[in-house]
Design a protein around this ligand. Sequence first.
Ligand SMILES: Nc1ncnc2c1ncn2[C@@H]1O[C@H](COP(=O)(O)OP(=O)(O)O)[C@@H](O)[C@H]1O
Ligand SMILES: [Mg+2]
Length: 230
Amino acid sequence: MNDLMNLANVTKLYGTGENQVEALADINFSVNQGEYIGIMGQSGSGKSTLLSIMGGMNPPSSGKLLVDNIDVYKLSSEKQADFRREYLGFIFQQLQLIPYLTSLENVMLPLVITDVKNHEELALSVLEKVGLKGKVNRLPSELSGGEQGRVAVARAVVNDPPILLADEPTGSLDSRTGREILDLFHELHTDGQTIIMVTHNPKAVAGVDRLIKIKDGRIVSNLTKSASNI
Ligand SMILES: Nc1ncnc2c1ncn2[C@@H]1O[C@H](COP(=O)(O)OP(=O)(O)O)[C@@H](O)[C@H]1O
Ligand SMILES: [Mg+2]
C-alpha cells in the first residue's frame, strides 16, 4: 500500500452502558502524499475525534491507522510519541500559543525535543515565510488574531512534518483573519505539504483537493474536487 495514511474500519465509542456514545462508525479512507483534504461536518459529528485518531493521540475502539505503513496504535506509547513528533504538525482551534513566550520562542518550542541544529535560524526562516519577520519578538498578546494564527501555523510546520493536521483552524478567527490562515495553507499545499483540515465551515474548504463529509460519525460523501465541484 502506497497511501501516506489509511484508516480501516475505524470506530470510536466513548463511555459505557447507557452513556455510551458512538462517535465514529466504520470509517475508511486513505490520504495520498501531497493531498489537501477537508473533513466537514456539524458540531458533534465526530470531527475532532477523527482528527485525534489520525494524530495518534486517541486509540480507536476498533480498526486501524496506518501511516507510511506503520500500524500506529500497535506501537508502544513511547514510540507513538516519536511517531507524532516525526510525522505530524498540529493546529488547534484554540491556537494554544504559550502566552509568555515570543513568536520566535513559540516556534522554536517543537525543535527543543529534536536533533535539529540551528533552532533559531530555522524558526526565523519559517516566521519569515508566514510573513512575521518583523514580529518575532512579540508576545501573542501583542499580535492580532490572524498573526497569532500564523505563529501557530509556523510552529506546526517548523519540524517539516509529512502531515499537517488542523482542527477548526479558522474557528476562533473572524473571516478576514481566517482567510489569512487558509491562504497560508494553500501556499504550504502548493509547496507539497499534505494537509488534513476539519471544519464545520463550508467556506474554509473552498481550496481543498478532496472533501469528506461526516454525519453522526459516518462518512456520507468523499469526493475529489473535480467530481464535486467544491
Ligand atoms: N472524551 C469524550 N468523552 C465522551 N464523549 C465524547 C468525548 N469526546 C467527544 N465525545 C462525544 O463524541 C461525539 C463527537 O464529538 P467530537 O469528535 O468532538 O465532534 P466534533 O469535533 O465534530 O464537534 C459527540 O457526541 C461528543 O459529545
Ligand atoms: Mg471538534
